[in-house]
Design a protein around this ligand. Sequence first.
Ligand code: FAD
Length: 370
Amino acid sequence: MQAPRYDVIVVGAGFAGLACAHALAHRGFRACVIDRKQDLGERVHTTGILVQEACDAPLLAGLPPALVRAVPHVRLYAPNLRSVRLGADGYRFLTTDTPALMRWLGERGEACGVELKRGCAFRNAVRTSTGWQVEGVGHARFLVGADGARSRVAQRLGLGRVNQFLHGVEYEFDGIALREPDALHCFVSKRFAPGYLGWVAQTPTGVQAGLARRYRPGSTQAPDMIGFLQHIAPMTGLTATRRPDSIRAGLIPCGGPVRPMRRDDAVLVGDAAGMVSPLTAGGIHSGLRHGAAIGHGLARHLSGEAAADASMAPPVPGFAFKRLLRWAFDHGQFDAPMDLLLTARPVRRIVEQLCFHQRGGRMPAPDGAD
Ligand SMILES: Cc1cc2nc3c(=O)[nH]c(=O)nc-3n(C[C@H](O)[C@H](O)[C@H](O)COP(=O)(O)OP(=O)(O)OC[C@H]3O[C@@H](n4cnc5c(N)ncnc54)[C@H](O)[C@@H]3O)c2cc1C
């Protein structure tokens, strides 16, 4: 039997892979996405918080309102739990029912013409004179690795690998409500989250509480979720004794783009390409944008409108400033100065800029909110 022939095979039906395939299918090209998961909503590893501008991604057009919840504020806590409430006029973060969102994205891709093969793991691909033969899947002119932070495509094809990570763990509590559900609660604490943050958020289905910290290869030290939940209980109303209904965990790239990101008509996108903000550890919006940019570029090349080189190398952020801030946070994080400084007005302005830069005007804190 002749193996199926595609224009592009994408490995990984996450945000980046589906955005890439969607852009190709939209232009009428034959894009096949494979994912090792049988159900795209299973074993989700992300908190799934969207920045508002992520909703402009064409893949997210028609997103059902029931899958998201608007969270217009950030409440930032110093290690001693003093806090400030931040916001920007008209700006919202969106928490999500992430498993349902991932299923919906898969179905949306299929409705737009993407061929999605669930329960199909990438094992290997062999270079041919006209593209790539992907074991168990078929032949394609181009191969896209969208298979996350530990990309097997990058490993098999000798492409750049992500080598700096944060380790995130998150507990989910179904059907409960926070005291202050309209804020994303972010906790700075060297004790519980060295190198990053703890967070608590109200979602469409309950409450998520997570911790991320620097990841050291070989280290078995996991984030202390129980200690963290006890520490923040007076602020959130969450009791540390309640067992989580589910747990999510994973590695978050934080070292910037990998090199090389492409070779021989194969290219990495999203987490596999290191396309995550080293400062905020947010990778959904950048993954959607990077995936779509590569999809559009490949479509232009397949239509004869652009050379392969240009189509597979759209401008990508180097995250130089954010990497510098990450380095500074990694090497100079101390709780005592944070206690003093974090709630001070000038520092608060800087943090507000980092959270809401170019995302609407500054929103004065409501009376008595601080
Ligand atoms: C705990 C945690 C919380 C986070 N919270 C946020 C957040 O709130 N907001 C935000 O913007 N970012 C967040 N991030 C980062 C964000 O989740 C990622 O940047 C984003 O999911 C990257 O999307 P992606 O499509 O590149 O990769 P992924 O979402 O990792 O998708 C990769 C896909 O590839 C599939 N796959 C892997 N290997 C194979 C294989 N061999 N064969 C076939 N398929 C394979 C996987 O099953 C998966 O579906 C968080 C990350 C973690 C770990």
